[in-house]
Design a protein around this ligand. Structure first.
Ligand code: GDP
Length: 526
């Protein structure tokens, strides 16, 4: 394919993730987006006869029936001429380092906030990762059909707590719980919605002039216009440069359940979110999107059964055209990697499974050697910087139940460590037989014990430690820190020194008493 043709494919792509706290409505919004767009090849699976509740089970059935993994890792759909990739950020119980790693594979994020709850902890953590990586954020205030806070309260909370300035594009007409429509602040016009039964279909929209809106909605329209003018006076109008710089966030009020504001979100993604761009290599050379094929692995999913075959690696294409079957090079080992079993992560037509472009996510089965952060390419060679480790919040000692299995235990730990399944910490005091595992979510420990048993035949036990946060420190500070109550210093396998601290009050106390000690926050999370 010519580079002009690749450039055209890239220009129409948008790759994003939804960051939210459990229950804010991510699944409902995902379905609503799919309803408005056309899921490539699989529209029926999303909105099957069984209704909206069946999404997850449908995906799993599909996975079984076709023997491929769809796992909702990435959903691809077309919207008008645009091709949209929605990459899932696992949440709830499966919150793990992968949740953060996904954010290295997207070009924009939609921060979905419950109108009644405002900013919640998981959203904050994910937002910090976006900020760290310079990912622009579109904010959606969801559940406007239910009683909640006022628009200005929500806007202030975001501005004050995370220093991100919301610039609403679509302002609600009607208070939370009385959602009538949206004031298009740039056009000055009104989009009035009509409810459909159970929100099962696209909500009909009526577009009206300001005068017609005034006649129709009276005081509700006046209130929306006044608050919008107030925002303009405060400089809170959309500015593309500030948005891309991560300083402001276009905001939309919506109800995923009623499908209100969903078209506006899609239009905003297409209009404002950046298309895939080239990426800088470890040698500081930018590989442009139209250059030969390259991709970054951002997630590796290993099944918990004994079979090695179900190791699935997800790559985001950075440059060039991907064709299934092409042989690529794995930059970390220099070895060829056959992509015969490349799969559209979400089941697609056979005709389109075979090619993919920058911004797309492709699953590779049998990916024994691939780890998150790894680069794949066709010549000329390239290697992208590794994905950083994220701040762990859960810590546990791992021990083999039987001392006789120590060798396998050690081998297994090295393998899981190199795959980035969990962070492995050691210090002289504890020795090698009982490393400390550090994780973003406790499910990572379960994966470790299950895989050690299945793949290395070692039974292990996990003992949780009473630490809740980690700080980066250095050799000079280590011995003084080790003397502090509620602190223990370790070396991570990448050589970084980490001080584990029992809780934030302990940390504050130590920082106050010993201002000279090095205690730096780790990448990203709040
Ligand atoms: P997730 O955990 O973020 O994926 O949230 P879900 O999409 O599962 O939604 C959590 C709950 O909120 C479900 O009961 C949804 O029906 C409900 N919900 C989601 N969006 C809306 C909305 O816009 N309005 C109302 N009233 N309820 C919603």
């Amino acid at each position: 394919m010519s580079s002009e043709a690749i450039a055209r494919e890239v220009a129409r792509r948008r790759t994003f993730a939804i960051i939210s706290h459990p229950d804010a409505g991510k699944s409902t919004m995902t379905e609503a987006l799919a309803l408005h767009a056309r899921v490539i090849g699989e529209a029926g699976a999303i909105h099957g006869k069984a209704g909206r509740k069946s999404t997850v089970s449908d995906w799993m059935e599909m996975e079984k029936a076709r023997g491929i993994s769809v796992s909702s890792t990435a959903l691809q759909f077309t919207y008008g001429d645009a091709v949209i990739n929605l990459v899932d950020t696992p949440g709830h119980a499966d919150f793990s380092e992968d949740t953060y790693r996904v954010l290295t594979a997207v070009d924009a994020a939609v921060m979905l906030i419950d109108a009644a709850k405002g900013l919640e902890p998981q959203t904050l953590k994910l937002f910090q990762v976006c900020r760290h990586r310079g990912i622009p954020v579109i904010t959606v205030i969801n559940k406007w059909d239910r009683p909640g806070r006022t628009p200005l309260e929500l806007i202030d909370e975001i501005a004050e707590r995370i220093g991100l300035t919301p610039t609403p594009l679509f302002f609600p007409v009607g208070i939370a719980g009385d959602f009538r429509g949206l004031l298009d602040r740039r056009e000055g016009s009104y989009v009035r919605f009509t409810r459909t039964a159970g929100g099962a279909t696209i909500a009909p929209e009526e577009l009206m002039s300001a005068d017609a809106a005034q006649d129709r909605e009276g005081d509700e329209w006046t209130a929306a216009v006044e608050e919008s003018e107030l925002l303009t006076e405060m400089g809170q109008d959309h500015d593309q440069e500030l948005f891309l710089a991560g300083e402001t966030s276009p905001m939309i009020f919506a109800s995923a359940m009623l499908n209100f504001g969903v078209r506006q979100l899609l239009d905003t993604l297409v209009e404002l979110a950046p298309p895939p761009a080239g990426r800088e290599s470890v040698d500081h050379v930018t590989r442009e999107v139209t250059d030969p094929f390259s991709a970054v692995v951002f997630k590796v999913q290993a099944g918990m059964d004994a079979s090695h075959r179900d190791r699935l690696a997800f790559m985001r294409i950075v440059s060039g055209e991907f064709e299934r079957g092409m042989v690529v090079t794995h930059a970390q080992t220099g070895k060829p990697f056959a992509t015969k079993y490349a799969q559209a992560v979400f089941g697609r037509d056979r005709a389109t499974v075979d090619t993919a472009y920058p911004g797309d996510v492709v699953g590779l089965v049998n990916a024994m050697t691939l780890a998150p952060g790894d680069t794949l390419y066709t010549d000329p060679s390239v290697e992208y910087p590794p994905i950083p480790s994220f701040a762990p919040e859960h810590f546990a000692v791992l021990r083999a139940d039987s001392a006789g299995k120590y060798k396998q235990f050690r081998k297994g730990m090295d393998q899981l460590d190199s795959e980035g399944v969990v962070q492995v910490l050691r210090n002289d005091l504890r020795g090698d037989a009982s490393p400390v595992l550090a994780a973003v979510g406790p499910m990572q420990f379960e994966v470790v014990t299950a895989r050690l048993k299945a793949e290395f035949g070692v039974d292990t036990s996990v003992e949780f430690l009473g630490f809740s946060l980690a700080r980066r420190t250095d050799e000079d500070s280590a011995s003084e820190l080790d003397r502090q109550r509620g602190v223990e210093v370790f070396t991570r396998s990448d050589g970084v020194r980490l001080a584990l601290v029992s809780d934030k009050w302990r940390l504050q106390y130590i920082e106050k008493e010993h201002p000279d000690l090095t205690l730096e926050p780790l990448v990203a999370t709040a």
